[in-house]
Ligand binder design. Sequence first.
Ligand code: APR
Length: 314
Amino acid sequence: MSRKKIGVIGGGFVGSTAAQRIAEKELGDVVLVDILEGMPQGKALDIFEAGPVYGYDSMVTGTNDYAALEGAHCVVITAGMPRKPGMDRSDLLKVNGEIMRKVVSSIMEVAPEAFLIVVSNPLDVMCYVAHEVSGLPRNKVMGMAGVLDTARYRSFIGEALNVSVKDVQAMVLGGHGDSMVPLASTASVSGIPITQLLSKEKIDELVTRTRHGGAEIVNLLKTGSAYYAPSASAVTMVESIVRDQRRILPTCTRLDGEYGIENTWVGVPVILGANGVEKVIELELEESDRKALHASALAVKEGQEEVAGMLALS
Ligand code: APR
């Protein structure tokens, strides 16, 4: 079986770290694309040269030319601009929406069958743009946010209980941002509900910290945002597809009536396998969580409508 080609768009912090992780896991040969000349080439060569040390055979190439993505199986999209001083949310939506449109149409010219895993922010709305521009079926376009938000939640639960994070299971629903919905009712440690292990006050504290997990890191870094956990999360999704693992992972997908939500891109648990989003899992939610999910979806829908107007999408 020939090795799969996996594209990574954007060779910045998230993109280059994702490329490294894909190579280390030997998920396929990596093509790293950026608009900056020499940067993706240099980083890719550096990752390739670590192969003999770590013992991986993945080919890693860097380029400014989308033609190198020909026939790619999966493409992780991290291209985008960070918010600059003076830019409001709408400005960022427009700038990153334009970048997403360009990137996705370039990918589609050479890899029309690719699975797209969107990482660029604002995540949920960028998934909408990627889907509209690509014309791909919904199972082929998805966003990475929930795996990261859930990883943060699981880390904080494990830390609070002083137990292995490996035994902590949890789910975070909704849009990526302050409106996300970390579920307390389904979180557990080795099958024990966290509601039996932690007080309500402590759980509320962990939920709040999870909601602001991205900002906590931005505040510490001063410039730039998180990339180790985001890249690990995106690569986990790639692995589940490439290796047909059928993991149930919180994934940004378009809801078509599930959870009573229509035509909106939000995070929910899905089975990720060889066909991408194989199935959306509908959970029975407590009333407060259901309301919070609907509020989160409404905020995303407004963003979708705003960007559709800006980019003249259908
Ligand atoms: N095509 C390819 N690459 C592009 C394009 C484009 N049209 N436009 C910008 N880029 C590249 C930039 O040159 C830069 O190298 O995208 C890269 C973004 O990298 P960083 O600025 O380092 O940002 P990073 O921290 O990697 O975050 C990327 O992921 O988590 C999200 O919010 C984050 O939207 C952001 C994205």
